[in-house]
Structure formats: C-alpha cells, structure tokens
Design a protein around this ligand. Structure first.
Ligand code: PCA
Length: 321
C-alpha cells in the first residue's frame, strides 16, 4: 500500500510539466466589476497561450490583500502579480496621481494621451521596486452621487463624502465637504451606517454598489478617468522562459485594448442601469461646473508646487501635445 501511494505521488509529479507555474492575483474590486472580468480573461488568455504552463488565479474584492497592500505584496513577492488603483500610491510620487486631477484629462482620448506621457516615467519608478507594469485601464469618467441635485458648489458644504484617494480627499475638502476614506467593496455599508452621504465615482462602481439604495441623483460631472494598473514582480517575470514572457506581454497588450473598450461601453450601459433603478440623471449646472473647475485649478497648482521633476515632465509632455 505504502509503495503504491509513493508510486502514484511520483507519477503525479512527473505528469506536471517541469516549468508549470500557478500565480495568485489579487485585485481590490468585485466580480461584477468590468476590470475584474477583464483580468479574468487575461488569465484565461495566458493559460491558453502557454498550454496551461502558467495558470493565474484572480482573487477579487480584496479577499487576498486589501487594495492598499497589493502593490507591496507584489513587490515583496508574497504574490507574483496584482491589480491596484494607480493613484493610491501618489504618496510615493506625484506622477502616480495625475489621472485624478480634476479636468486634466476628461475623455478617453485625453486619458490615453496622459497615460502615454505617464507610462515611461512610471515604468522607471516601478522598476526601482522590482515591479513591471503590464497594462493599465481607465475607469469611466467620475460623476457625483447625492440626495437631491447639487446646483452650486455650496450645495456640498458639510456633506460626508466618500473618498478613494488623496486627490478626492483634497477635492472634498476644497468643496467644503468632509472626506471619509472607504474602499469600493465597503460602499453600501458606509452609506447604510451613515458614515457617508455622497460620493464621486464611475457609473460602474455606482451600479455595482446599488447606489440607488442610498442616493437619488447622479450628476455627470465627468471630471477625470482614474486608472487601474496590473503589475508583475520583475524577478518572477525574469524567471519565466522567453516564450512565457512573450505570452504574458501579448495577453497584457490585448487586455489593455479590451479593457479600454469595456470601459467605454460601461459608461452608457451603467448610467442606464442607474436610471432604470430610479435615479435622476442630471447634467451639471454652469455654476457647479465653474465651481468644480476652480477646485481643479487649485489642485493643479498644489500638485505642481510639490511634484517631483519626473512628474512635472509628464505634465509638460502631456500639455504640449
Ligand atoms: N471606481 C473605483 C475607483 C474609481 C471608480 O470608478 C472606486 O470607486 O473605488
């Protein structure tokens, strides 16, 4: 019996291709999020292209690591690969936070141009931490979720507002609101307990968190398109065969293009879901837009006064296009 078990175990080992690898991939966002669906497809593509020699398992909704820890988990090789919200690491360098500056890039074309300017700089910065960026996909433009329509910036005074990064915290403060940091997965809970009363996020995250249960109005201020990024640990990546590296890079390129398409389609589709569930869709009044633009100007000035040299170079490159 003992001998038989040993034989089976030994055969099992031999049956596994020598270089087969299995990677865990954490993301902060839930299964209904289009980014998560996109990275699951990326994982399938990698598996197919390597004949199963590289299997990636996606762990969604912060189940393996909370959003704020994913970058360091990949850096320290606790996991080989992960997805996170790029601007969440703006404290390391202003270059990471540019996609969350209000009105700097407000369309997919501008978001792409901004990423083109950011990518080489960010690639260099991440290399210092043993990280290789694989692809980056923007969320749809960010809109305002409130009870009742906000017609001027004064309407935001005193509102407890959900924030997801430092830029949104600054934004809320400049608008006279009170920012409260809440991860996407905790939005329903934060509204239900009265921790927050308003938020700025995409139609995707609004629909994915059933915003209509807590607020009745969506105002499409379309002020910025923040991005997710997928990174792999450089040492793990370098350890792959050349064919495997190429398979990962090709799947990554396809994932970026597919993700941008999914994001574009989400904008109208999920805004319609908000409306179908009874929310009022509002266009911002001219007064609100100009109030928001003033805040954007102030934030850009603040950003410039503390930005690193490489970050300022990104801004120059982007603005001179
Ligand atoms: N959804 C994420 C980030 C930006 C977005 O649209 C969130 O709200 O946390």
């Amino acid at each position: 019996m003992y001998r038989f078990a040993t034989l089976v175990a030994a055969t099992g080992v031999l049956a596994t291709p020598a270089l087969a690898q299995s990677w865990d991939m954490p993301t902060p966002y839930g299964d209904s999020t289009f980014h998560t669906q996109n990275i699951r497809q990326f994982a399938e593509d990698v598996s197919a292209a390597t004949d199963g020699a590289l299997e990636i398992t996606v762990h969604s909704a912060g189940s393996l690591f909370p959003g704020g820890e994913i970058k360091n988990a990949v850096r320290s090789r606790q996991v080989p690969i992960g997805e996170f919200f790029l601007s969440s690491i703006v404290n390391e360098d202003a270059a990471y936070g540019m996609d969350s500056l209000p009105f700097l890039a407000t369309s997919y074309e501008e978001a792409e141009a901004l990423w083109t300017a950011q990518e080489p700089v960010i690639t260099e910065l991440l290399a210092e931490q043993d990280l290789v960026p694989l692809f980056s996909v923007p969320w749809p433009a960010q809109g305002l979720y409130t009870n009742g329509e906000i017609e001027t910036i004064d309407g935001m005074t005193g509102l407890r507002m959900r924030a997801y990064n430092a830029a949104l915290e600054e934004f809320a403060t400049l608008a006279g609101a009170a920012p409260v940091q809440v991860e996407a997965a905790d939005i329903p809970q934060a509204f239900a307990t009265g921790q927050v009363q308003a938020m700025i996020t995409s139609p995707s995250t609004g629909a994915n968190s059933s915003a209509w249960d807590f607020v009745d109005t969506y105002t499409a201020i379309d002020a910025w398109l923040p991005k997710n990024i997928v990174v792999v640990n450089a040492r793990v990546f370098d350890g792959l065969s050349e064919e495997m590296q190429q398979a990962v890079m090709e799947a990554a390129e396809a994932a970026e293009a597919r993700g941008i398409e999914m994001s574009r389609e989400e904008t109208a589709a999920q805004t319609a879901v908000l409306e179908e569930n009874g929310m009022t869709l509002a266009a911002p009044t001219d007064e609100l837009t100009s109030g928001l633009q003033d805040i954007g100007d102030t934030m850009l000035e603040n950003w410039e006064s503390s930005a690193s040299e490489p970050a300022l170079e990104i801004l120059n490159a982007y603005q001179s296009e």
